[in-house]
Design a protein around this ligand. Structure first.
Ligand code: MG
Length: 301
């Protein structure tokens, strides 16, 4: 077993090779967040969220800055057309990079009032974009441009870029942050990182049943994450949840059992699956980007 791991349940052995080792691919960011993989050129794009830059790594070209300033871009994803879609904590908007390289704001308001500061997002197979909207870009000086909070709470929204329709789907969380669907998209997982700056606040992942592809019901706590916060996370093809935490990537079975940990030497903020076989886990942690090869694939594109 590699020294980077701890195993609490034998089911971990089927998904993490016991000789797997963590590789450091890049460093130099102020705060690495929001990785997304592009199979076309085997590259990872991620946010230097507090450094106000967008970075790219590829095995042949190493690291480059592809957008600066990035308006405090946070979570990144790709849509079904291969375009980069992202949360702009500074613009308080969901933005998209078109095929010609230009960025456009897709949505920045709900009921005529500005969003708080979208943090992370996922594109569903029906092309709708589901995103979290905590106020960190307003309250934290290194995550946005400040301003007034106009929304009464921190919600998870469903946005349809085809129609412009936007609706809150989760309204009972304190600081929703990361989110992901189960492989069949019948479950929506959302993390709450309120404990980051609210003493006694939640630091857990909740799970909701998805109804009619547009509502959720029966929310409950899936797992309480410690030490630290479950900032961003992903789900693999078997429904296992790979979440960031202070000391490691923690891996939970769909039944909520903690299977094990992959220790990371910096505070882990987010992760994504990629690689040619989609079995490589890319991890944004502290100033750096790491990778580890697994025996399971992510469900996202
Ligand atoms: Mg986040």
């Amino acid at each position: 077993m590699a020294e980077t791991m701890e195993i609490y349940d034998d089911r971990l052995r089927a998904i993490v090779p016991m000789d797997a080792s963590l590789q450091k691919l890049a460093n130099g960011a102020v705060h690495s967040e929001g990785p997304v993989y592009f199979h076309e050129d085997d590259s990872v794009i991620w946010s230097d969220a507090h450094g106000n830059r967008l970075l790219r790594w590829s095995p042949t070209e190493n690291v480059s800055v592809i957008r600066e300033p990035s308006d405090y871009q946070s979570g990144n994803y790709r849509d079904l057309e291969g375009r980069l879609v992202a949360c702009s904590s500074g613009l308080r908007a969901i933005i998209r990079r078109e095929h010609n390289g230009e960025w456009q704001v897709l949505v920045d308001r709900y009921q005529g009032k500005r969003l708080n500061s979208p943090n992370d997002l996922v594109v569903k197979s029906d092309r709708t974009i589901w995103f979290t909207d905590p106020p960190y870009g307003i309250t934290e000086p290194n995550q946005g441009y400040g301003g007034e909070q106009e929304q009464p709470g921190s919600y998870v929204y469903r946005f349809d870029p085809a129609t412009g329709e936007i609706d809150p789907v989760v309204t009972d969380m304190v600081r929703p942050n990361g989110l992901a669907f189960s492989p069949d998209e019948r479950l929506l997982y959302v993390s709450d990182t309120a404990a980051f700056n609210i003493p006694g606040g939640p630091h857990h992942i909740r799970v909701y049943e998805v109804v009619d592809n547009r509502h959720v019901k029966n929310g409950r706590v899936f797992a309480t994450i410690e030490p630290g916060q479950p900032d961003g996370f992903r789900v693999d093809e078997y429904g296992n949840v790979f979440t960031s935490s202070q000391d490691s990537v923690q891996i939970y079975a769909a039944d909520g059992t903690l299977l094990g940990k992959i220790f990371v030497p910096e505070i882990c903020a987010n992760l994504t699956f990629g690689g040619k076989e989609h079995e490589r886990l890319f991890i944004t942690a502290g100033h750096s980007l790491y990778a580890i090869d697994l025996n399971t694939r992510g469900v996202q594109l």
